[in-house]
Design a protein around this ligand. Structure first.
Ligand SMILES: *Cc1c(COP(=O)(O)O)cnc(C)c1O
Length: 418
């Protein structure tokens, strides 16, 4: 038996034993191998009908009555409670709303204010230097506003720079580029040992692996819902504020939705209790309720099962790539060790097009273009990274084998000379 048929056979066996295989039918999909769910999750089948109902009936017929009768007003905390079990949080600690960028700002400024309660002079914000750029931009502004110095370091360097000046530390659970999973329990404990506040960005882990926010004592966390949570383009993000610190959380964006008595229309601000403090203004109901429908795909799905399948998918992808791609053409940036791997595989593909001339570009962009033309959708991150995200709810093992096969053929074809 050739390697090709052997791996195709193995894919069939793995698919046959996959307890999550049936969940795929909860999504609208075609025969494209969709490995970009870490950028924009696929459409859950329940969403179009729900959005239609929200627009035509709730808005079109009930109009203003829907704030109460259709549960619009309480949607942020209700949806927060639906996200909670996926990130290991008990109810009452998460609100959905705003973008991740805005929530990073709320969380970080709130974290510095918490750290300074009792009059301590903590004046440093430590941030992951390899972070998704918006987190870094927000951290820089939060530092400027609070009179802090920003210390960008790699996550590995974090324990070494913590001290009694550290106010807050902003970290990513999974690196968006390399797919590296960081040690949330260990780093959170180190931040706490220094007396500082830990803020985690869960954009690339929520919905892909267990997070354990409550278990590991995380103070504040943010994340988006349009990646592994499939909420749709620009769907609301969320903010987690640990129960024990909620009464002290002082949001830098105290909008009327976070007021203890929003309809009192009082000139003085008095914060609501609980997770509601994380709200700002009127929620974007259409996206919010599309997200709520999208979250129904998680009914009966355990995040532990998702993690088991995610690791099996990425293991199998690496195995197929090693078999199908000519040696030396790609190199994985994603750690091979399970405890350091998220749910994506980033492959560096750096040979240069037009290398004879100065200014040649790496072939990775061209390679991804060809994969997409052939129905394998991942994404390209400048300058030379091919990124493949594996959403266990709808990606199967045959998809993985096909993707690696197409990648191998692409790198053996006319691009082989580079
Ligand atoms: C996707 C992502 C974001 C996105 O932020 P938006 O405000 O939704 O545009 C932020 N941070 C990280 C780490 C991400 O992966």
């Amino acid at each position: 038996m050739s390697e090709t048929t052997e791996l195709a056979f193995k894919a069939q066996e793995l698919d046959a034993g996959d307890e999550l295989a049936g969940v795929r039918s909860r999504f609208v999909l075609d025969d494209v191998v969709y490995l970009d769910g870490n950028s924009l999750g696929a459409l859950p089948a329940a969403v179009p009908g729900r959005v239609d109902d929200v627009v035509r009936r709730q808005w079109g017929e009930l109009r203003i009555r829907s704030w109460d009768e259709s549960g619009w007003w309480t949607a942020p905390e209700r949806i927060g409670d639906r996200i909670a079990p996926l990130v290991g949080a008990a109810a009452g600690q998460i609100v959905a709303g705003d973008s991740t960028s805005v929530n990073v700002f709320k969380a970080l400024v709130g974290a510095v204010r918490l750290a300074r309660l009792g009059g301590s002079v903590r004046d440093e914000i430590v941030v992951d230097a390899t972070t998704f750029p918006t987190d870094g931009y927000m951290a820089e502004s939060a530092a400027r506003m609070t009179g802090c110095t920003l210390r960008p370091v790699t996550p590995a360097q974090v324990p070494g720079v913590l001290g009694d000046r550290t106010a807050a530390v902003l970290l990513n659970h999974v690196d968006y580029r390399t797919g590296r999973l960081h040690d949330l329990p260990g780093l959170t404990a180190a931040v706490h040992a220094a007396g500082a506040i830990a803020v985690w960005d869960l954009c690339h882990s929520a919905g892909a692996l267990p997070v354990g926010l409550d278990e590991h004592g995380v103070d504040l966390a943010v994340g988006c819902t349009y990646k592994y949570l499939n909420g749709g383009p620009g769907s609301p993000a969320y903010l987690y504020v640990r129960r024990e610190i909620q009464h002290r959380f002082d949001s830098p964006l105290p909008g009327w939705n976070s007021h203890a008595e929003p309809f009192g229309m009082r000139p003085d601000y008095e914060p609501a209790s609980g997770a509601l403090r994380g709200r700002v203004g009127t929620p974007d109901i259409l996206s919010m309720l599309a997200l709520e429908a999208a979250l129904e795909v998680w009914d009966g799905v355990s995040i532990d099962a998702v993690r088991v399948k995610s690791l099996a998918l990425t293991d199998f992808f690496l195995e197929c790539v090693a078999e199908y791609v000519p040696p030396g053409r790609v190199e994985t940036l994603t750690p091979v060790a399970h405890e350091e791997r998220g749910s994506q595989v980033a492959l560096r593909c750096s040979p240069t097009l037009g290398s004879a001339r100065a200014g040649g570009t790496p072939i990775a962009g061209e390679v991804m273009k060809r994969l997409i033309e052939r129905g394998v959708v991942g994404d390209f991150r400048r300058p030379d990274v091919l990124r493949f995200g594996f959403t266990p709810l709808y990606v199967g093992f045959a998809d993985v084998e096909r993707a690696a096969g197409v990648l191998g053929e692409t790198l053996r074809g006319d691009l082989a000379g580079y």
